[in-house]
Ligand binder design. Structure first.
Ligand SMILES: Cc1cc2nc3c(=O)[nH]c(=O)nc-3n(C[C@H](O)[C@H](O)[C@H](O)COP(=O)(O)O)c2cc1C
Length: 134
């Protein structure tokens, strides 16, 4: 199965979200220079929280951008999941749309904050499906 590569800020919502997947999780460092040097070369799904409040330039956390600047990292991302908060309206989970588009991989889910049990169930099904058809 895919590993889960994720970014989570000090509020750690995304950390708590991905821990419910029951898969191996790997966290992109919070320090930007460390994120830039972080390499992960196993097939994975990238989970990215949305920031920026609708401001496109800061929508994708800079640590995630630095991580994805490395082609070795980009190559192993097979799908994207976004987290966010629907209070942000049309920018809900926007980081997921942006990253998936950039990498040319599917955005398989947008979840709010920690995700509901139904969210987790659906995500597990979609990951399973993607894994079997990869
Ligand atoms: C300053 C700030 C801006 C945010 N902007 C957005 C946004 O534009 N769209 C969205 O869906 N969520 C937005 N969020 C919500 C976060 O994506 C959400 O709280 C997420 O769970 C944070 O994950 P983390 O605690 O792992 O960093 C924002 C949160 C903060 C604090």
């Amino acid at each position: 199965m895919f590993d889960v590569v994720y970014f989570s800020s000090i509020s750690e919502n995304t950390k708590r979200f991905v821990e419910k997947f029951g898969l191996k999780t790997v966290r992109i460092p919070i320090k930007t220079d460390e994120a830039a040097n972080f390499v992960y070369e196993a097939e994975n799904v990238l989970v990215v929280p949305t920031y920026g409040s609708g401001e496109e330039k800061t929508t994708v956390p800079k640590q995630v951008i630095k991580f994805l600047n490395n082609p070795a990292n980009r190559k192993h991302v097979k799908a994207v999941i976004a987290t966010g908060n629907t209070n942000f309206g049309s920018s809900f989970g926007l980081a997921g749309d942006m990253v998936a588009q950039k990498l040319g991989v599917p955005l398989i889910y947008k979840a709010e904050i920690l995700g509901t049990p139904d969210d987790i169930e659906t995500i597990k099904e979609r990951l399973e499906q993607l894994w079997l058809t990869r």
